[in-house]
Ligand binder design. Structure first.
Ligand SMILES: Nc1ncnc2c1ncn2[C@@H]1O[C@H](COP(=O)(O)OP(=O)(O)O)[C@@H](O)[C@H]1O
Ligand SMILES: [Mg+2]
Length: 269
């Protein structure tokens, strides 16, 4: 099976700095892949290469086997959506309007149709609103569609960003630190939301610092350190790898094991 998204030996050089060195990644359809690594490891840069924001210095990105289109709008159109490490909403627009912005990417209305506001335009608008409301309900924001997005609590703003990304009907969703700044309850809700997104057929890559979150969410995990792929494997393989424990987790394996044990016991109860 061809991976839905594939990076092959992607390198990205800024001036003299190699932010990524020959990084490869396969995202199979219906899977959740985690990307972890210390600050400055190149995780966000890698997402920028997967979304057409950056053109890799060398290497290739393939979407369903074809080269990724050259600019971010075309990449969105081709089915890759993302959220940002720093929330990028329109603060003075309502929650619903923010999702509609994502939705309009998918609407095939010509400029004349919007000029004359004909029946096709109105039908399109109504359908877009229905879909946006459906997505807000899906992420748990159904009751606040008329709030200005800046008035939402932080965790809800993150969920709104996800709803807006989903409004483009992506095949692939890239989440850059979706739980940053969340409390444990919000983090757990985010984990369940990502599972539900996966269950709708969307394939997901998620960047996070929280290793417990990643190891209990993902099918496979890649570890980036200083722009290089240190280890790739299942959560069990990665968390047991002495290189990961030393380079990234920075604590003895027993301690990491004990933490994960606690999470798993919590899940079973
Ligand atoms: N546009 C850019 N110009 C120059 N350097 C950049 C640019 N984007 C990222 N970098 C550098 O690339 C490295 C990786 O950054 P980043 O991808 O943001 O790491 P991470 O997301 O893993 O914390 C850092 O040293 C950062 O300063
Ligand atoms: Mg980052």
């Amino acid at each position: 099976m061809t991976p839905v998204l594939q990076a092959r030996d992607v390198s990205m050089v800024f001036g003299g700095l190699a932010a990524l060195k020959n990084v490869s990644l396969d995202l199979d359809e219906g899977k959740i892949v985690g990307l972890i690594g210390p600050n400055g490891a190149g995780k966000t840069t890698f997402f920028n290469c997967l979304t057409g924001l950056y053109t890799p210095t060398t290497g290739q990105v393939l979407l369903k086997g074809d080269p990724l289109p050259g600019d971010p709008a075309a990449v969105t159109d081709a089915g890759v959506a993302r959220t940002f490490q720093n929330i990028r909403l329109f603060p003075s627009m309502t929650v619903l309007e923010n999702v509609l912005l994502g939705r309009h990417v998918r609407m095939k209305q010509g400029p004349l149709s919007s000029l004359f506001h004909g029946p096709a335009f109105r039908r399109g608008e109504a359908a877009a609103r229905d879909r946006a409301r459906e997505l807000l309900a899906f992420v748990g924001l159904g009751k606040v569609e008329d709030e200005l997005s800046r008035n939402l609590p932080y965790g809800d703003q993150r969920r709104l960003e996800i709803a807006r990304a989903l409004a483009t009907d992506p095949a692939v969703l890239l989440l850059d630190e979706p739980t940053a700044g969340m409390n444990p309850q919000e983090t757990e809700a985010a984990r369940q939301l990502i599972f539900r997104i996966r269950d709708t057929g969307v394939s997901v890559v998620v960047i996070e610092h929280d290793t417990k979150f990643i190891f209990t969410l993902c099918d496979r995990v890649s570890v980036l350190v200083q722009g290089e792929l240190l280890v790739e494997g299942t959560p069990d393989e990665v968390r047991g790898d002495p290189r990961v424990v030393e380079a990234y987790l920075g604590k003895p394996p027993e301690e990491v094991e004990a933490e994960l044990q606690a999470v798993q016991e919590g899940e079973q109860s």
